[in-house]
Ligand binder design. Structure first.
Ligand SMILES: Cc1ncc(COP(=O)(O)O)c(C=O)c1O
Length: 362
């Protein structure tokens, strides 16, 4: 393992013996009789193939992820959504009652929740508001890591960021990783990368030892219901350790494995890319149309499949939309997003309905 991660990993993980499940001991094939995992020999009609435990990290699916993200299969840990990847990384690096993570609000809430549940500390270095958009306070982040009383083990960055939609400059993130090497891991959440002009930093993983990237099939691949995501890191020893010591015995449901495999096939991937194009075209159309509304104060530039919209009365419109069967997300009570709604881009018809409701509310 590279010194950058070796030093930051919770010490007991180095010697911990991971669980060896029955499925890990021998390869499953249909020519043999398996009586080693207390599985049920009677498959149910319509549920064939589900009576056996799934492979923990199926190699063919790792290869498919690797092709999709332009990395190597041995750089990936597949998890139940990016959500599980976040929890696993917090568990691997943060010593309870001692360490901390750093977040840049307004951002995705799970980082803080997972840290507090350890419990680990949460240090906030808010995004800066500049010219109607948000930027990373990279100097503030470096200062906070250097000055922290408790060790800040993970700096969570989200690009494009939820809920603001902002992408952060890759060059700036690279410099930040370099400055923090040996002090903190940078976990870059690229949940929305496929929608983004900025693209991914996966190509930087090989040269950036303290960078870990989160990806998911939930958004661009429309598989939120299947809970398939991953984390990726250039340090293959770290990846091996995480797979064998930090995951549950059978982390991925068989149906989810199959769905992910299908979604990543060339045929379905082509549809995925066409859908991304449609969503982005709709985002641009919706943004223009929203700008015409007297209710809308500002729309933050978005590099994702949603818009953060500052309104005259966000909470009022949120309630009005809900009364009319349209559910939006109100961020009014969060610092930095006062009077803001986050609106996911829907189909053209759904977006039209939103505009009608806004007109009716005005
Ligand atoms: C920034 C960010 N990270 C992670 C997730 C969780 O994604 P998944 O569905 O892969 O668990 C979300 C979901 O909304 C998100 O917005």
């Amino acid at each position: 393992m590279t010194p950058a991660l070796h030093k930051l990993l919770r010490a007991h993980y180095h010697d911990l013996k991971g669980y060896v499940s029955a499925g890990m001991e021998v390869e499953k094939d249909e020519t043999r009789i398996f009586m080693n995992a207390n599985e049920n020999p009677y498959m149910l009609p319509g549920l064939e193939g589900l009576s056996r435990y799934p492979e923990p990290q199926p190699p063919a699916l790792l290869e498919a992820y690797a092709r999709a993200y332009g990395v190597e299969a041995d750089q990936i840990v597949m998890t139940r959504g990016a959500d599980e990847a976040i929890a696993v990384l917090v568990k691997l690096f943060c010593e309870p009652h001692k360490d901390a993570i750093l977040i840049c609000p307004p951002t995705f809430g799970i980082y803080g929740v997972d840290a507090r549940s350890m419990p680990a500390g949460v240090v906030e270095v808010p995004l800066l508001k500049q010219d109607g958009t948000f930027t990373l306070d990279t100097d503030g982040i470096v200062q906070a890591v250097k000055n922290a009383a408790n060790g800040i083990k993970i700096v969570f960055l989200c690009s494009p960021n939820n809920p603001t939609g902002t992408s952060f400059d890759h060059e700036g993130i690279s410099v930040l990783c370099e400055k923090l090497e040996g002090e903190a891991v940078v976990v870059l959440d690229e949940t929305y990368a496929e929608f983004s002009q900025a693209g991914s930093m996966c190509a930087d993983l090989a040269s950036t030892p303290n960078l870990i990237i989160l990806r998911t099939l939930s958004k661009s691949y429309a598989l939120a219901g299947m809970r398939m995501g991953c984390f990726i890191c250039g340090d293959t020893d770290f990846i091996h350790l995480a797979r064998t010591k930090a995951l549950e015995a059978y982390p991925l449901p068989r149906t989810s494995i199959e769905a992910a495999f299908h979604a990543l096939s060339p045929e379905i991937s082509a549809i995925v890319h066409e859908n991304i194009r449609k969503i982005l075209a709709e985002r641009n159309r919706l943004e223009k149309a929203l700008q015409e509304s007297a209710q809308v104060v500002h729309i933050y530039p978005s590099d994702a499949n949603f818009l953060l919209v500052k309104m005259k009365d966000a909470t009022g419109f949120h309630a009005f939309a809900a009364q009319n069967n349209m559910i939006l997300r109100d961020f009014s009570d969060k610092p930095g997003t006062e009077n803001c709604l986050r609106i996911s881009i829907g189909t053209p018809e759904e977006n039209e309905r939103l505009l009608e409701l806004l007109q009716a509310f005005s």
